[in-house]
Ligand binder design. Structure first.
Ligand code: NI
Length: 406
């Protein structure tokens, strides 16, 4: 997405005390960047988080859903419990950036910015712990493992992170190189799509390439299925409901004169409307079963749901939007056209409590910091770290007007 907006960093309303934290934020982010870890293996990461929280005298618990950490910051006044969620895992990618803080773990890289999310959450924890008189209620900071898969949000919820004290609302952000530094992408309702996946094997009957009458050609059956499933989006789903069906893998056959016995395909389904939850798996199977039956082939289908859609609560999205407008200092810096068919397991938290997930623009083309997420040269403008802390802190200070009074 191209947004025609030039950020004016010097105009941003970041308070001096958070500007003074910038050096520490960058240090923490780079330490994390050098030691990236895959989902549920974030031990060095969790140790660094715990080390900082201990140093700052912040109450916390470690080892939740394997490597998760939760910090609790109580203000001096009673009030709502707001959770802030940060994910902390990296990806199986070999870093190609030549920077002093490049990954020291072979084949693993923070190529999505979760190192930045962790640093922002830590900076927020530190600031709030130093300003307990400036907000009401309690802030719970959730450092979550394994967002990139298999998903750490659900096991953390099952481990009780939304209880004791019970969380009233939740916010979270993703550094976003699809938006320039100095912008915030936020909107009520659907922000990111549900993620569902499938594997299908077509069981035909192999044989000689010159004698098709003796066979059931799994490639021909598979090709018809690939074409037919396109009609799920084109002809079955309401055109006003955005959806994607992608078959990203199709493997069959070994010899040019051999009719393949089996064909395997795998794909992913994306959609925003939670009411479509049971639709795609059912429709996909109807199409596969019908085509297989017409050819005398059989099939094996595995269909599973990974993440539900990320749906923002209207009041919480308005809270973030109003705060972001103050911080980026111009309504043009707040971008509601920021939906993506990408997925996120923040959605599990948002199914349980009202909340808002938003994008913090972090690309800076002038510095070459505009590679896409999950690219081996991904990096972001670290100026966004302080902005993230400022936005989180302002949400904490402002939320009482939205939920409760203290
Ligand atoms: Ni990510």
């Amino acid at each position: 997405m191209i947004v025609d907006y030039k950020p004016q960093i010097e105009e941003q309303e970041i308070r001096q005390e958070i500007k003074d934290l910038q050096k520490q934020l960058v240090e923490m982010r780079r330490r994390l960047h050098q030691r990236p870890e895959l989902g549920f293996q974030e031990r060095i990461t969790a140790d660094l988080i715990a080390e900082k929280l201990r140093e700052w005298g912040i109450e916390h618990e470690t080892g939740i859903a394997k490597t998760g950490v939760v910090a609790i910051i109580k203000s001096s006044k009673s009030g709502p419990v707001l959770a802030i969620r940060a994910d902390m895992d990296a990806l199986p990618i070999q870093e190609k950036n030549d920077v002093p803080y490049r990954s020291q773990h072979d084949g693993i890289m923070h190529a999505c910015g979760h190192d930045g999310h962790t640093a922002i959450a830590l900076g927020t924890a530190y600031y709030l712990s130093q300003h307990r008189q400036d907000f009401c209620g309690t802030v719970k900071i959730i450092f979550q493992p394994a967002e990139e898969g298999p998903g750490g949000a659900k096991p953390m919820i099952e481990a009780g992170v939304l209880q004791n004290p019970d969380v009233d609302a939740i916010i979270g952000l993703h550094l976003w190189n699809n938006l320039p530094l100095g912008t915030v992408g936020v909107r009520p309702g659907a922000l990111m799509a549900a993620v569902e996946c499938f594997d299908c094997t077509i069981l035909g009957r192999g044989g000689h390439g010159a004698m098709p009458e003796q066979t059931i050609d799994s490639i021909v059956v598979g090709a018809q299925i690939i074409n037919a499933v396109q009609t799920i989006v084109a002809r079955n789903v309401n055109p006003l409901d955005s959806a994607v069906v992608t078959i990203g893998k199709f493997n069959a056959g070994n010899g040019l004169n051999v009719i393949a016995d089996t064909a395997k395909m795998s794909g992913t389904v994306r959609y925003f409307n939670p009411a479509l939850k049971d639709y795609f798996g059912k429709r996909l199977e109807e199409i596969i079963a019908g085509i297989c039956q017409s050819h005398g082939a059989k099939y094996e289908l595995n269909y599973w749901r990974l993440y539900p859609p990320v749906i923002n609560d209207a009041a919480m999205a308005e809270l973030v939007r109003s705060v972001a407008t103050e911080v980026v200092e111009t309504p043009a810096g707040v971008v509601p056209e920021c939906q993506t068919m990408g997925g996120e397991d923040m959605s599990f938290f948002l199914e349980k409590v009202p909340g808002c997930y938003f994008f913090l623009g972090s690309a800076n083309g002038a510095k070459g910091l505009n590679y896409p997420h999950h690219h081996p040269r991904f990096d972001f403008d670290e100026t966004a770290l302080g902005m993230g802390v400022e936005i989180f802190v302002r949400c904490v200070e402002k939320i009482n007007g939205e939920i409760d009074h203290c």
